[in-house]
Design a protein around this ligand. Sequence first.
Ligand code: ADP
Ligand code: MG
Length: 267
Amino acid sequence: MEASLNAYQDEQPPLQAENFCRKHEKNSKLSGVKIDIEKLYEAVPQLVNVFKIKEKIGEGTFSSVYLATAQLQAGCEEKMALKHLIPTSHPLRIAAELQCLTIAGGQDNVMGVKYCFRKNDHVVIVMPYLEHESFLDVLNSLSFEEVREYMFNLFKALRRIHHFGIVHRDVKPSNFLYNRRLKEYALVDFGLAQGTPDTKIELLRVVQSESQQESCSQNKPHLTLGNRVSVNVTASRQLNSQPQKHLINGAASFHKCRLNKEKEERF
Ligand code: ADP
Ligand code: MG
């Protein structure tokens, strides 16, 4: 008994220290998020009048996603997800992601888009917010029927995007949002998408496949531009000199882009 009591007492300091560290980590994370939110308001001041940004709900290499509320005219608040793409993202890549959401999204479990804000090199895509589970949290408790429904709804989303000639290339649990209670699903994140040869997404036609890239890399120097895209140097300069409003139409003439490989886990 004494021995076990001693063992228990021995464990106390490390436990307390661990709790303290966790609390400290949580607090510094919270203040880090607050700072990020302030910075986002500063970078894109148009957001201030429209959204109350509440918290960060996702952070990847290429973007941060925030939960925000918007005050609607009718007086009620609507929840939205604000995706702030890292400023080094290539404009063509951003425009292609946006075009996928705009054209294919909003139906059949494919996330849609509500607005897009830009100031200088900061772009924020505003989407309807879908509250969702962490897939790992529910994985072991899903029933056979739930798995069946999950897969059915995933295929529904994929059928829709494939109809538009979009190859998502990053299908994984964190990009397929799942609300278990409401049985709602949404495919998100077209940051790596490519087009089939007959794609209906104009901007994906200029995002070349890796195999095409192989042949062009022999002739032209390439520049990696941060967000999963590299373009040949000539195209990059031309692209950067274009005013933003010409981006969507003008981008079609900028070819020889390629996606960099990403080492994220897939399904
Ligand atoms: P990234 O390109 O950084 O991976 P994603 O578009 O995949 O960005 O979003 C990252 C995370 O943000 C998602 O895994 C999800 O948790 C959350 N998220 C993205 N869009 C929404 C949305 N419309 N509603 C709710 N959460 C979202
Ligand atoms: Mg993602």
